[in-house]
Design a protein around this ligand. Structure first.
Ligand code: PLP
Length: 443
């Protein structure tokens, strides 16, 4: 056995790997893109490996009973730590090195980020964070349209626990303000997904968040930033945003290779992460070491992938917008000054992203299915739900992602039988256009 594989050396290294302050200490000096590659991991502490090792173990050995006692004490009361003292690892449902490394990086995904927690899915990030932070008896006001899983959790699951939830079209400011006002002191949380899935309708984050805080300064404001990622920075957009959540399954993971989630709290609100991680331990919703390791590696290319996908999507959206077999294309950079989302997009986003929603000419499920099957027949564009990955995906919201939404609600949101959602990946956009054009010409 080589010296570097000596157990004691390894244990020492394991502990040090957790000390993220060993690497890129002065993070005000470096940009987030640099920190996403290096923060939280020092190869010198792991036999020089440029990539972090995976720690798949369930439990951690205490060097003494006293050390075990202290590990538990600090896990429950981190404020009791002496200067320079870091908590020890205990058990992988509570914490593990791969989670710590990726969390050190996730903080830098959001300008003004203060602390982060990883989860086994976007839904477990959303549900655990809400369960941890929403006082029982209070109300959540949330944007409509929204991802179906979030809608189900807020409408069906949360309401069984003595909380109420009210959905509102947050692009309609007058209506939204009325709803927030009607909650009064009971307003515990505002949850906004913008752009909304799949219509891409946008909410003015600062206008709605500042009004919510006027109604109740203790109300927490949470934004699902999955769709826009690097092109929208909610903490910068509004000082009233407290928490950002992500389905890391989408752009962060980026290769359709994992399911994961993340919660990031604003600098100065780090205390919130303690409650979130406490609930995460009870619910067992931490992401596994392998998933954290995958996420750590994929977020190294997060920015460059998102920019590449967005540039390709702009080309595809332009093509679709001129096609005679298509009645409308919903894509941020195609918004007109007369669209309600136009000014919000200009003010709030630095790029359009890579999700395009478009409508075929005929509101007919059979015809849309034929189009989708034709598109998928080349095995380049895949007929699948999810989005944000390097492989282009196409889906039919009315029968797939939004099939549980009542038809009347769908129609109100302009999700018809002709509506198709396309998530553009990194293929050559001219190939994507060729495939889409061929299938459209058969309609
Ligand atoms: N938020 C948004 C905007 C989503 O689109 C999704 C899933 O599609 C989720 C959250 C849930 O994420 P996950 O599937 O990783 O649980």
């Amino acid at each position: 056995m080589s010296k570097t594989k000596n157990d004691k050396t390894k244990n020492d290294k394991t502990k040090k790997v957790n000390k993220s302050e060993n690497v890129c200490t002065n993070h005000t000096e470096f940009s987030s893109e640099t920190l996403l590659l290096h923060k939280g991991f020092d190869p010198a502490l792991s036999v020089g490996s440029i990539a972090s090792p995976i720690y798949p173990n369930s439990t951690y050995v205490f060097p003494s009973a006293k050390a075990g006692e202290r590990a538990f004490e600090l896990a429950f009361f981190p404020e009791k730590a002496k200067k320079g003292e870091v908590g020890s690892l205990i058990y992988s449902r509570v914490n593990h090195p791969n989670a710590e490394i990726v969390e050190d990086r996730l903080v830098h995904i959001e300008p003004e980020g203060g602390a982060a927690a990883t989860f086994g899915s976007g839904m477990s990030a959303i549900s655990t964070t809400i369960l941890a932070l929403l006082p029982r008896g209070k109300s959540v006001v949330y944007s409509n349209p929204i991802y179906g899983g979030t809608d189900f959790f807020l409408k069906e699951n949360l309401t069984t626990l003595g909380c109420s939830s009210i959905e509102v079209e947050t692009d309609n400011i007058t209506k939204t303000k009325k709803v927030l006002q009607s909650c009064g002191d009971k307003l515990g949380m505002l949850f906004i997904e913008t752009p909304g899935n799949p219509t891409l309708v946008m909410t003015d984050i600062d206008e709605v968040a500042s009004f919510a805080k006027k109604i109740n300064p203790n109300c927490l404001v949470m934004i699902d930033n999955t769709f826009m990622g690097i092109f929208q920075s909610p903490f910068k957009i509004s000082p009233h945003v407290d928490i950002i959540v992500y389905s890391a399954t989408k752009f962060m993971g980026g290769h359709a290779q994992m399911v994961a989630g993340a919660t990031i709290v604003r600098k100065g609100k780090e205390h919130l992460i303690k409650d979130i991680k406490g609930w995460r331990t009870s619910l067992g919703t931490i992401a596994s070491p392998f998933v954290c390791w995958e996420l750590e590696n994929s977020i190294k290319t997060y920015g460059i992938r998102m920019r590449g996908q967005s540039a390709r999507a702009e080309i595809v959206a332009q093509f679709l917008s001129k096609h005679k077999k298509i009645s409308s294309v919903r894509y941020p950079s195609l918004l007109k000054a007369s669209d309600s989302s136009y000014n919000i997009f200009k003010k709030q986003c630095s790029g359009p992203g890579s999700v395009i929603t478009f409508d075929l000419l005929e509101d007919n499920r059979e015809k849309t299915f034929k189009f989708l099957d034709d598109v998928a027949s080349d095995h380049i564009i895949s007929l699948a739900v999810s989005l944000g990955g390097v492989e282009t995906l196409i889906e039919h919201p009315a029968s797939m992602t939004h099939s549980e939404v009542p038809e009347s609600v769908r129609r109100k949101a302009k999700i018809t039988e002709a509506t198709v959602r396309l998530s553009v990946g990194l293929e050559d956009p001219n190939d994507l256009i060729k495939i889409l054009d061929r299938a459209l010409s058969k309609l």
